[in-house]
Design a binder for this molecule. Structure first.
Ligand SMILES: Nc1nc2c(ncn2[C@@H]2O[C@H](COP(=O)(O)OP(=O)(O)OP(=O)(O)O)[C@@H](O)[C@H]2O)c(=O)[nH]1
Ligand SMILES: [Mg+2]
Length: 491
């Protein structure tokens, strides 16, 4: 292969690996077409398997999925942090426990209006649960429980909707509509145990069944860096009680991740629930395959007596027993980042902020930006406020450090897996060609005949010269590329 020593960047490496995969595929096809494999049935089956596996690796490189799973204790601020990364309010976040099933959020270039997509298998258990709840609500024995639910101001609207026979559609479009839908799902899961019904959490462990929101991540709108797919997974956070189904979900979601973000609450670092999340991470996360980052959220609560940035980073490294290295710890305020993003977007689109009476975040923005008095809310002060909150949120560092680095990390993992498969198949075929050829000779000269290895060599070459691709040099080139990938990974 040309230029292997000259490879410095990841995209060069990706090109080289794709070229080798294509050459491997071409060689395998030639083996089949020229009937070069001795035991045609058995060896061709193996060759077809190899072709399918190498094609799938090629496709994975083309699609390059970067999956970042966001974990942390209940109320640590996972959903607010994801909203801040996306730059919009698409996930519900409030004081009561909110995220109940994992949700995928995918960067979709050019998609301004977010779309939430629910496959039929994801929709069906929800439809069933609504029907079961309707039956339970209609039962006079449950009147007392129903009254109790209706008196909860968070749940009241959802109870109404269930009674009015709400339809669950497979595609929800728009920020407000998605938010309403997510709140509905989360409320359904909270309401059902009150009526002795169970939400089938086990049906939502497979990543294909989870709701997915497709939207352009504002901070990456102008970036050409993101080839392939960038997906965040919001997960429900366990509390002190542990909830075994949440642990099972966490384990599932971590399996898909290229990187893991642990959101910790600055004010609750020593809590038991936080310690449990760290234990789970140690158990489920393989640091060779994942990179783990900590966002220490609610850092806006840091006062004169609180731990400062550097001290905090060292503390978290110690707390996680080195699982999260100091340089991967980011003190942030997701709330301030989210408010700055919301205000900026609104300003860019409408040249003003919405009326604080109608939109919940606006008053919070004015308070945090020191603009409590209406007379102070001039364009200049608002723009200064946006900039100030963004700076105070310290969110730029993880956006650059975590999201971009995760994207690179995922490419390295895919490259490494592709090259391993290529080496393994090519190596097997190289062994096969020697073994099978000696078997061929035994067939020609008889079992006991002494074999002239030079003769075999000449014949082997004659047959395999038909192959335009030299499998041995392919194996060597792949080994060299594997080394380049390892060098980049440890850089
Ligand atoms: N002070 C402060 N509050 C925050 C910050 N980020 C989030 N919060 C608040 O913390 C609460 C929980 O936030 P969520 O984003 O819903 O937390 P979560 O981890 O997704 O919670 P669950 O989904 O229920 O596990 C909300 O009331 C947020 O407004 C922050 O940076 N600073
Ligand atoms: Mg949440």
């Amino acid at each position: 292969m040309s230029n292997i020593r000259g490879i410095t960047g990841l995209s060069d490496l990706k090109n080289e690996v794709q070229i080798l995969l294509s050459l491997g595929l071409k060689a395998l096809n030639q083996m089949i077409n020229l009937e070069l494999l001795v035991d045609l049935d058995q060896d061709n089956t193996f060759a077809y398997q190899a072709i399918a596996a190498l094609r799938s690796e090629y496709l994975k490189l083309e699609q390059q999925k970067t999956i970042i799973t966001v974990v942390g204790t209940m109320k640590a601020g996972k959903s607010t942090a994801i909203n801040a990364i996306v730059g919009r309010e698409i996930l519900p976040n409030r004081n009561a426990p909110m995220t109940a099933i994992p949700t995928l959020i995918k960067h979709y270039k050019g998609r301004q209006q977010p779309h939430l997509i629910l496959t039929d298998i994801a929709r069906e258990p929800i439809v069933q649960l609504i029907q079961d709840l309707q039956v339970a609500f209609a039962d006079p024995c449950h009147q007392h429980k129903l009254d109790q639910l209706r008196s909860d101001q968070d749940l009241f609207m959802t109870v109404e909707k269930i009674q009015q026979d709400i339809q669950v559609i497979d595609e929800v479009v728009g920020e407000v509509e998605i938010l309403e839908f997510m709140i509905l799902i989360n409320d359904l899961i909270r309401i059902s145990p009150v009526l002795d019904l169970e939400f089938p959490f086990d049906l939502y462990q497979d990543i294909e069944r989870l709701p997915i929101i497709e939207v352009e991540f504002i901070h990456f709108a102008d970036s050409d860096e993101f080839h392939g797919q960038l997906i965040l997974i919001d997960t429900p956070g366990p509390n002190e009680a542990g909830q075994p189904h949440l642990r099972a979900m966490l384990q599932q979601q971590l399996q898909h991740a290229s990187s893991v973000i642990v959101v910790m609450d600055y004010t609750q670092l020593k809590s038991e629930a936080d310690a449990q999340v760290r234990e789970d991470l140690k158990e489920f996360v393989n640091t060779m395959d994942h990179r783990i980052y900590a966002l220490v959220n609610k850092f806006d609560n840091c006062d004169r007596n609180g731990m400062k940035q550097d001290e905090l980073k060292t503390f978290v490294e110690g707390l996680t027993q080195g699982l999260i290295a100091k340089q991967y710890v980011y003190p942030i305020s997701a709330k301030l980042a989210y408010l700055a993003n919301q205000a900026k977007q609104s300003y860019l689109l409408h040249g003003t902020l919405p009326d604080a009476e109608n939109v919940a975040w606006v008053e919070d923005f004015y308070v945090e930006a020191g603009l409590r008095r209406v007379a102070h809310r001039t364009t200049e002060h608002i723009l200064d406020g946006i900039e100030d909150l963004w700076q105070q949120s310290k969110f730029k560092a993880p956006l650059d450090g975590v999201i971009k680095a995760s994207h690179q990390q995922s490419l390295l993992v895919i490259l490494d897996s592709a090259i391993d498969k290529l080496i393994s198949y090519v190596h097997t075929f190289n062994q096969m060609r020697v073994k099978k050829f000696s078997e061929l000779c035994k067939g020609i000269y008889g079992q006991g005949a002494a074999m002239n290895t030079d003769h075999i060599g000449v014949m082997t070459d004659r047959i395999f010269n038909k192959l335009q691709i030299d499998m041995s040099s392919l194996e060597k080139s792949a080994q060299l590329l594997k080394q380049s990938i390892a060098d980049l990974a440890s850089a």
